[in-house]
Design a protein around this ligand. Structure first.
Ligand code: FAD
Length: 329
């Protein structure tokens, strides 16, 4: 690990004004410390955000929706009464990530910006495409945990559980730099490797996330979240699904279905959403929608198992969101 300067920021402006020139933000530090130890970053200065007051707010309004500060921890998202009731899939995504200890430290801002867990990317012995090299070692190597969609030119899966939920809820992120603020839809914030293989999002080196905004859920909206890991705890998922259903009587007016651990960005399953639209949800329709979601998957040598896994879990998550039998995990 290289030597670096350390600043305890006392305000958002003080933090933002130091960005650029090799300065990196530290929130909970869970991923940042790994990146330093793995020599994936060698910053000149760390700016500690945890000393900045006012970045850990949770405010909900019936009409305008939810505002979350970037320092809100995953544990708080999981336990907050309003989030659990009105934005259940976000609470479940946060509450199923990692371990209780990590969830107490990890913040939503850091969770969204954490780097991928691809073992080739994380290993300093492999100079992969993401690090400026010529090859994606995962494409012809040990790719059992890698992407089944959009896996060229790099086969990472996006590591953030909260990102999957935020894309499903149509969230927006407020980004601040010394030049001003901008608001970006969560769905557009994340960047595919085919657009830029060196980054996972469009955050500038001089920007920070200052707020996450989720529109108020439509009347009667129902949500379900499923995480499948190899282990019950202390691990990232091998498949993750968020389903939101906006009902119209006994039919589905609109569905939002987003997959985690499937692609380098949270993957919207548009074919499955279209299959449910305007229909009465039952076991057969959920099965057809899940099948449609996997129609364009393009597995690698060792991750074909993800296709039947996702099909079963998408079907169950749709049924759970629709309050139908067969929706259990
Ligand atoms: C064993 C283990 C299992 C895990 N399992 C899961 C899982 O199942 N699901 C999951 O989602 N995650 C999982 N994680 C990852 C963990 O949740 C993240 O590392 C954590 O959320 C990062 O948050 P942090 O606050 O510690 O960020 P930090 O480590 O402090 O920062 C991470 C990155 O975000 C940047 N950053 C932080 N805050 C901001 C901001 N406001 N604006 C702009 N940039 C910012 C930092 O500069 C840094 O680049 C796991 C981690 C471990 C160790």
């Amino acid at each position: 690990m290289n030597a670096f300067e350390w600043t305890d920021a006392s305000s958002v402006d003080q933090a933002v004004n130091q960005l650029g020139n090799g300065t990196v933000l530290k929130a909970g530090g869970v991923d940042l410390l790994d990146l330093l130890k793995e020599r994936l970053i060698e910053p000149k200065r760390l700016v500690n955000l945890r000393t900045v007051p006012g970045l850990d707010h949770i405010q909900d309004d019936e009409q305008s929706g939810l505002k979350i500060g970037p320092l809100v921890t995953l544990a708080e998202l999981d336990s907050n009464r309003v989030i659990r009731k009105r934005y259940t899939a976000l609470a479940d995504a946060a509450g199923n990530a990692a371990t209780p200890q990590i969830r107490n430290m990890a913040t939503i801002g850091g969770n969204l910006v954490q780097r991928p867990r691809c073992w080739y990317f994380r290993n300093e012995q492999f100079h992969c495409k993401k690090k400026g090299g010529e090859l994606c070692y995962a494409q012809h190597g040990e790719n059992q945990y890698h992407a089944i969609f959009d896996n060229d030119p790099c086969a990472i899966v996006h590591p953030s559980a909260t990102a999957t939920a935020l894309v499903a809820y149509g969230a927006k992120l407020e980004l601040l730099s010394a030049k001003g603020k901008r608001e970006v839809a969560a769905e557009e914030f994340f960047v595919l490797p085919s657009v830029d293989v060196h980054r996972e999002n469009q955050l500038g080196a001089d920007e920070m996330i200052t707020e996450i905004r989720i529109p108020a859920p439509a009347a009667g909206m129902r949500a379900a979240y499923t995480k499948q890991g190899e282990k019950e705890s202390q691990d990232w998922p091998i498949a993750e699904i968020v389903v939101l259903i906006e009902p119209d009587g006994d039919r589905c007016k609109r569905a939002s279905i987003v997959l985690g651990a499937a692609a380098p960005v949270p993957h919207r399953a548009k074919e499955a959403e279209a299959a449910l639209q305007g229909k009465r949800i039952d076991e057969r329709l959920a099965r057809d929608a899940a099948h449609a979601a996997m129609a364009t998957a393009y597995p690698l040598e060792h991750n074909e198992y993800k296709i039947p896994l996702f099909e079963v879990l998408i079907r169950r998550t749709i049924l759970a969101a629709a309050g139908q039998p067969g929706g259990g995990a």
